[in-house]
Design a protein around this ligand. Structure first.
Ligand code: HEC
Length: 164
């Protein structure tokens, strides 16, 4: 009798705990979450769930070792936060500009090319991990980054700045 009770209790607990976990995994981002700026003119696009997932995977595989949570490891003042991207020259807070950056990156003031220093597709001879990324991949990746401040909250994406 006791054994049976324990069994029922265990099964019940398993059910209770499994439910929220399964639901969280199935949670889909809203269209609003996936809406990002396309260009400097202010046009917007909605990433599909698939594009978002693709961008997330590429980010985790290729960028997160330096840009975990939107911060920039060796240069915290040039983070992936909304504010930092918007204040770069030219501004980088839209998909087209970020794709340009990932093809040929420049310093924050736009003065000098840094394609031998930062991962990009132009010098994929130096950055092998960028070699197989198509334009669609770069768009999905940029879209994922631009959606984060909205999804995680601005404080939790690119926060922890060091001013000097
Ligand atoms: C080896 C470390 C490293 C890796 C890997 C890396 N980055 Fe960076 N990233 C940096 C550094 C350092 C800077 C600041 C460069 C500067 O001083 O202008 C930067 C700057 C940037 C900027 C400009 C931010 C701004 O506010 O203007 C973007 C966008 C960016 N990275 C995206 C990416 C993406 C996307 C990937 C993955 C494909 C990536 N980075 C991989 C180190 C890295």
């Amino acid at each position: 009798m006791l054994k049976r009770f324990i069994l029922v209790a265990v099964v019940t607990l398993l059910f209770v705990f499994q439910f929220p976990i399964a639901n969280a995994a199935a949670l889909e981002l809203t269209e609003e979450d996936r809406t990002v700026l396309l260009n400097e003119q202010g046009e917007e696009i909605v990433l599909s769930q698939k594009e978002y997932a693709l961008g997330q995977k590429i980010f985790n595989d290729t960028c997160s070792q330096c840009h975990n949570s939107g911060r920039t490891k060796t240069n915290p003042n040039v983070s992936l936060s909304k504010g930092d991207l918007a204040a770069a020259f030219p501004r980088r807070d839209n998909i087209e500009a970020m794709v340009d950056y990932l093809k040929v990156p420049y310093t924050y003031d736009g003065e000098s090319e840094i394609s031998v220093l930062h991962p990009n597709t132009k010098r994929s001879d130096l950055f092998a991990e960028m070699r197989n990324l198509t334009d669609d991949d770069l768009e999905a990746l940029s879209g994922y980054i631009l959606a984060q401040p909205k999804i995680r909250g601005e404080k939790f994406w690119g926060g922890g700045k060091v001013f000097n």
